[in-house]
Ligand binder design. Structure first.
Ligand SMILES: [Zn+2]
Length: 210
C-alpha cells in the first residue's frame, strides 16, 4: 500500500474507532510502517479528527521526520516493532472493557483473559499482561520489548491494550476482538462458564497461527 493510501487508512480507522466509542478525547494512538520509518498519530490528537497530511512520521529512534509531533506513547509502538519485524501496524487504545479487565486484581499474567471463543484465540492468541507504569515512564519500552517477540497483543495494567498486526486492518480487527472478549469476560464473571479446552486451543493455534 502506498503512503498516501496508508495515511487515509489511518484516518479512516481512527474515525471508525472514535465513532463507535472505542476511543475518546485524545486517548489512543495508531501507527503503521512505511518505507523509511513509521506513520503515527500526533500527540494530543483526537482519533476522530485526524488529518492525513499532518500525521507524524518518525524514524526508529522516534525522531520526527515530518508532520506534527508524534504521540507521547511512540516508544510503545517502536519497542513492539523492534521485536516484530513482520508487524505492519499497531493500535493502542484506552478502550473501556479492556481497561476494566486490566484493573482487576489477581489476574493471571500469562492468561489475563481466558480462551472464551475461537475468534479470540485466532486473533489474539495469548495476551500478555504487563504491570502498571506511570505515563511517560520509558522503562515501559523495555517491558514491552521483553514480551513482544512472543505476544502480538499486550495489556498494560490500569492503562489499556497494545496490539500489532501484519497490516492496519488486521491490527484494528484484533483490537476490536480483544475489546469484545474483555466485555464478554466481564459479563460472565460470577457465572459458571465453559472455556475452550487446551486441545481446542492447540488445534486453533495450529491451523490459524498469525
Ligand atoms: Zn495509552
Amino acid at each position: 500500500m502506498n503512503e498516501a493510501r496508508l495515511r487515509e487508512e489511518i484516518c479512516y480507522f481512527g474515525k471508525s474507532l472514535f465513532d463507535r466509542g472505542l476511543t475518546f478525547g485524545s486517548a489512543g494512538n495508531i501507527s503503521a510502517r512505511v518505507g523509511e520509518g513509521w506513520l503515527m498519530t500526533p500527540t494530543n490528537s483526537c482519533l476522530g479528527r485526524l488529518d492525513p497530511a499532518s500525521l507524524s512520521k518518525v524514524d526508529e529512534r522516534g525522531q520526527l521526520i515530518s508532520g506534527d509531533k508524534a504521540t507521547k506513547e511512540y516508544f510503545l509502538h517502536l519497542s513492539m516493532y523492534a521485536e516484530r519485524p513482520n508487524a505492519g501496524a499497531i493500535v493502542h487504545l484506552h478502550s473501556t472493557y479492556s481497561v476494566a479487565v486490566s484493573v482487576l486484581a489477581d489476574l493471571d499474567p500469562e492468561h489475563p483473559i481466558p480462551p472464551l471463543t475461537a475468534y479470540y484465540v485466532m486473533k489474539i492468541g495469548q495476551l500478555a499482561l504487563l504491570p502498571y507504569y506511570a505515563p511517560g515512564d520509558l522503562t515501559l519500552a523495555d517491558a514491552v520489548r521483553a514480551v513482544a517477540g512472543r505476544h502480538h497483543a499486550v495489556l498494560l495494567a490500569n492503562h489499556g491494550p497494545v496490539v500489532a498486526g501484519k497490516d492496519l486492518e488486521t491490527a484494528v480487527y484484533a483490537t476490536e476482538e480483544l475489546e469484545e472478549t474483555a466485555k464478554l469476560y466481564l459479563l460472565l464473571r460470577g457465572e459458571r462458564i465453559r472455556l475452550l479446552t487446551l486441545e481446542q486451543v492447540g488445534e486453533l493455534k495450529q491451523k490459524h497461527s498469525s
